[in-house]
Design a protein. Structure first.
Length: 377
């Protein structure tokens, strides 16, 4: 993919075109050669520091580029006030932005937003659904290309951009072959947007607000864990896969990875746990304080309850079904396709009714995976 993009880039530059990158897909858009009027461009890389819970309880401060994040070029040509001139997203792999206007600018700056196209956003509050913004340094008398270097998200806002960047890893694995939306239930231009509410002054959160706003609410430090972000996104994704439907969940407060809750709780929480681990390519849950809990389990694992009312038993079964070399072909794509057509109230229905309907195995390796996690049907 990278090689194709590089060669396309070279070829297109020769013909005076630019590349527009949309959420990882690269397409070429021809532009008028800049001969009559010079362009004014601000370029750079958007990055943020974050406390890395996935690295352990010390949560080391790490720097990450912010990928597919919205930017706007603001500026003025004369002595008036700055207006929004154009918009785009940072690079899907490198967080770079190239914000250009045809003609020179008396003043120019880049405004960054805590959102990605109209597919996901981080807003300030349930009753103030504006995303966070901040501006780069203002430059005057801009003509030609001015490199702003690495632009850092202000430290007070960095967790908002961590959510924006982290949601990419789920979006890229969403296994929707028919549209740019989160699921194949929707077609291009009619996508539902996932909204996260995060306020650095509000400690409460860590839930998906169904069936009210259907927003995810995160407390102040919760974005430190990518697993937590993606677990909550996983609840929203299941609701989307079911066409804005969701199992009736009971007996779910509280719920623990290794303990009995209920069939419906273990199914929905186990699925959300599996979404986070699958998106990140591991086999655990990480809390926002940096502690983590492995999903490795069998009949002899100390402290674990048995059966399909235990979310860790369900989540680990799903991950093993989707694992490389596993019975589902090495990924979750066939389960995503299944869920787009079949609603499952619990894991038993998913496994015993909906997998056969979708042509997925329930015997042999699949049966042994469940048995290894103390689930027998
Ligand atoms: Zn949950």
């Amino acid at each position: 993919m990278q090689l194709i993009r590089r060669s396309a880039n070279r070829r297109l530059r020769a013909f005076g075109a630019v590349l527009i990158t949309t959420l990882g897909l690269t397409t070429a858009v021809a532009v008028t050669p800049a001969t009559a009027a010079a362009s004014a461009c601000l370029t750079g890389t958007l990055a943020f520091d974050h406390l890395d819970a996935e690295a352990g309880t010390s949560k080391p401060l790490r720097t990450q580029v912010a990928r597919n994040a919205n930017w706007e070029l603001w500026g003025r040509t004369g002595s008036g006030t700055a207006t929004r001139l154009t918009a785009g997203i940072t690079g899907a792999s490198d967080g770079r932005f190239t914000a250009c206007h045809t003609g020179s600018l008396a003043e120019a700056y880049v405004r960054f937003r805590s959102s990605s196209t109209s597919m996901w956003r981080v807003v300030k509050a349930a009753n103030n659904t504006t995303d966070y913004t901040f501006d780069s340094a203002r430059r005057t008398n801009v003509s030609g290309t001015l490199d702003l270097g690495t632009v850092k998200v202000p430290s007070t806002l960095q967790r908002a951009w961590k959510v924006v960047d982290t949601l990419n890893v789920l979006y890229w694995k969403r296994a929707n072959p028919s549209s740019s939306c989160w699921t194949a239930r929707q077609s291009d231009g009619r996508c539902d947007q996932i909204t996260f509410v995060w306020d650095p002054k509000v400690a409460d959160g860590g839930y998906w607000d169904y069936p009210n706003t259907n927003y995810v609410f995160l407390g102040a430090t919760m974005p430190d864990s990518k697993h937590l972000i993606l677990h909550e996104a996983g609840h929203w994704l299941q609701w989307q896969l079911y066409g804005r439907g969701f199992p009736v969940v009971e007996g779910c407060n509280p719920h623990y990875i290794e303990k009995h809750s209920s069939e419906s709780c273990a199914w929905t929480e186990g699925f959300a746990d599996a979404v986070a681990a699958y998106a990140l390519g591991d086999y655990r849950y990480v809390y926002d304080n940096g502690s983590s809990y492995s999903f490795e389990n069998d009949a002899s694992t100390p402290g674990w309850d048995d059966g399909d009312t235990v979310q860790g038993r369900v989540g680990s079964s799903l991950l093993d079904l989707w694992a490389p070399g596993g019975p589902d072909g090495g990924n979750w794509n066939r389960t995503i396709a299944l869920m787009t057509r079949h609603f499952s109230q619990d894991f038993r229905e998913y496994f015993t009714e909906d997998r056969p309907a979708a042509g997925l195995s329930t015997t042999g390796a699949a049966e042994r995976i469940l048995a290894g996690h103390t689930i027998w049907y």
